[in-house]
Design a protein around this ligand. Structure first.
Ligand code: ADP
Ligand code: ZN
Ligand code: MG
Length: 264
């Protein structure tokens, strides 16, 4: 049996439940509320789809602790949730990444020209800032002294490619163009999304990136500059915008891949 583990039901979880019905696959669901028991989990395949990454890491670990298979694994979710750890892993995988420094707290920085500052764990383009002076950067760092930040070179215009990887194949991709006056391409920020053809280079980059963090499936973000740079790997990726943009039934492909894992 495959079990969907969730806390909040998003469009993606609804799409997964509908897809399971359509293909006649039995999909159990388990909600992670305020209490999680360490024992009593059947050693099955669990698709970890919590909105809370903390809950996701713990749920995956508990599944694995009971002899089950968590997709993604606790290790992959924990790694991908931290952009600094992710970039280090990508580097190890030989992948091109933006020049990055990790800043702990209110650190001493100097900005020449423009730079990106973002928190190590964030999503939907929140807590990602473009700074143009040292004063601006210092003010930002001072505003959240307990955060870990990344200081990065600016790649291109913020335009990027989201590639969805499932089990070593790139199954769908879209180009994301930031909305007018912004440089953040997140679907949640309302940019334009276009279907993107997947060529060999793109697939190889995305598959290697997912592999670098140990993800069975992932939403890989690739920035478009003078060349391609892997920006982040999302270990509990949303995919409603991707399904809408490309027409690819990502939910169904993911369930079918999980069935193969279960039978293997
Ligand atoms: P999140 O996890 O919130 O999506 P990202 O690191 O993906 O954080 O940043 C959000 C968006 O900001 C990206 O999709 C991209 O458009 C833009 N962005 C992030 N880092 C850079 C960078 N180094 N250079 C240019 N644009 C960037
Ligand atoms: Zn992200
Ligand atoms: Mg992103």
């Amino acid at each position: 049996m495959v079990t969907l583990v969730y806390d909040v039901v998003r469009e993606e979880e609804k799409a997964l439940i509908r897809a399971a019905e359509r293909i006649g696959m039995s999909l159990k669901t388990v909600r992670i509320g305020d209490v999680v028991d360490i024992d009593g989990w059947e050693p099955d395949v669990y698709l970890i789809r919590t909105l809370s990454h903390n809950k996701g890491i713990i749920a995956a670990a508990v599944v694995e602790g009971n002899g089950g298979i968590a997709v993604n694994s606790a290790h992959a979710i924990a790694t991908s949730w931290n952009k600094a750890v992710t970039l280090a892993m990508l580097k190890n995988g030989g992948l091109p990444v933006p020049k990055t420094q990790v800043l702990f707290g209110d650190s001493d920085v100097e900005i020449k020209g423009r730079a990106i500052i973002k928190v190590a764990s964030g999503s939907w383009g929140r807590k990602v800032a473009l700074v143009t002076s040292t004063e601006e950067a210092k003010l930002l760092l001072k505003s959240a002294e307990n955060e870990v930040f990344l200081l990065q070179e600016v790649i291109g215009t913020g335009e990027d490619i989201r590639v969805f990887v499932i089990g070593e194949r790139a199954v769908a991709a879209m180009r994301r163009i930031p909305p007018q006056g912004d440089w953040r391409s997140n679907a949640a920020r309302g940019g334009v999304t276009l279907p993107q053809k997947i060529d060999g280079e793109l697939e190889e980059l995305a598959v290697k990136a997912a592999k670098s963090v140990g993800a069975f499936y992932a939403g890989v973000d690739i920035l478009v500059g003078d060349r391609l740079y892997v920006n982040e790997v999302n270990g509990i990726p949303e995919f409603k915008a991707l399904m809408k943009t490309t027409g690819v039934d990502v939910a169904r492909l993911l369930l079918e891949a999980l069935e193969r894992v279960r039978k293997a």
